[in-house]
Design a protein around this ligand. Structure first.
Ligand code: SF4
Ligand code: SF4
Ligand code: SF4
Length: 266
């Protein structure tokens, strides 16, 4: 990362920039952070690229002096807005980590229901001051998104490496079907199951279809996703519009498409 702080030297004595990074969670299951820690085989390589200064799931030390902040989770409470704004002030680069941070994620499913009913159902007689679930970009500027529920560690490592060496970061523009075909999977539709692969942004290496499970769109829409064609495929294969909407609504990334379908628009 050009111009970052805290230069160190590698084993050849060449100065390397090691950005100070911090991980934070808002309303989330912490599964995305867990992904980072999950793969011990590459963890040391990852840690050699950066200096982790704040990561509650992994360490006790805490610092507010960081270059890159990875924020997992959606905003569901007022105190989280304040916390996010503080993180934004401290960080040169703010990364929305995972579907909750990017789109509201699984949490935003509650937005479909009456908030008081949701509070009663979840918290019973011990109500909590919780509001609708919203993505980070509703409150602060986001520099970068890492999609997925959870994110894939390999993708996080690639993105962090690119940040460190100052390389541009691009997400695949094409849909999951491309990766699924390259992986030579049998199409789920041919096995009688629905799948959002035709409209969902690739990058997960067709994680779910590889295990014979249809895509639920956790990475949000691919560039120029052809929703009309998706609706046609679902109808031709005998799946109802409600089944399609059910999947599209799951992670929040297809909110605009769902609104259009509900209004009967193309
Ligand atoms: S995106 Fe998924 S895995 Fe990540 S915090 Fe949200 S619910 Fe958990
Ligand atoms: S299983 Fe899903 S992702 Fe794979 S080819 Fe079929 S529709 Fe596309
Ligand atoms: S296949 Fe779909 S639901 Fe599964 S990880 Fe990839 S984008 Fe997410």
């Amino acid at each position: 990362m050009a111009g970052t702080t805290h230069n160190q030297k590698n084993f050849l004595g060449v100065p390397v920039a090691k950005p100070r990074v911090a991980f934070f969670e808002l309303s989330s299951c912490e599964g995305c952070q867990l992904q980072i820690l999950n793969n011990e085989a590459t963890l040391l390589d990852f840690l050699s690229l950066v200096q982790v200064v704040n990561f509650r799931e992994a360490m006790t030390e805490k610092s507010d002096d960081y270059d890159i902040a990875f924020v997992e989770g959606s905003i569901t409470r007022k105190d989280e807005v304040e916390r996010l704004r503080n993180i934004r002030q401290n960080a040169r680069v703010l990364v929305a980590l995972g579907s909750c941070a990017c789109f509201g994620g699984i949490n935003q499913l509650k937005n479909r229901f009456d908030p008081d009913w949701v509070k009663r159902k979840v918290y019973g007689n011990s109500p909590v001051d919780t509001d609708k679930a919203q993505p980070l970009e509703e409150f602060v500027h986001i520099n970068l998104r890492i999609y997925g529920c959870p994110v894939r560690k390999e993708e996080v490592e690639r993105i962090v490496t690119n940040l460190v060496i100052g390389k541009e970061i691009h997400h695949p523009r094409y849909p999951v079907c491309m990766e699924c075909k390259a992986n030579e999977n049998v199409c789920l539709f041919d096995l009688g199951e629905p799948c959002l692969g035709p409209v969902t942004r690739a990058g997960c290496d067709s994680w779910c279809p590889n295990s014979r499970a249809g895509c639920w769109g956790c990475r949000g829409p691919a560039d120029e996703a052809n929703m009309e064609q998706m609706r046609k495929i679902m109808a031709e294969k005998g799946f109802s519009e409600e089944t399609l909407i059910d999947r599209l609504e799951c992670f929040g990334g297809f909110k605009d498409s769902v609104d259009r379908i509900r209004k009967g628009q193309p």
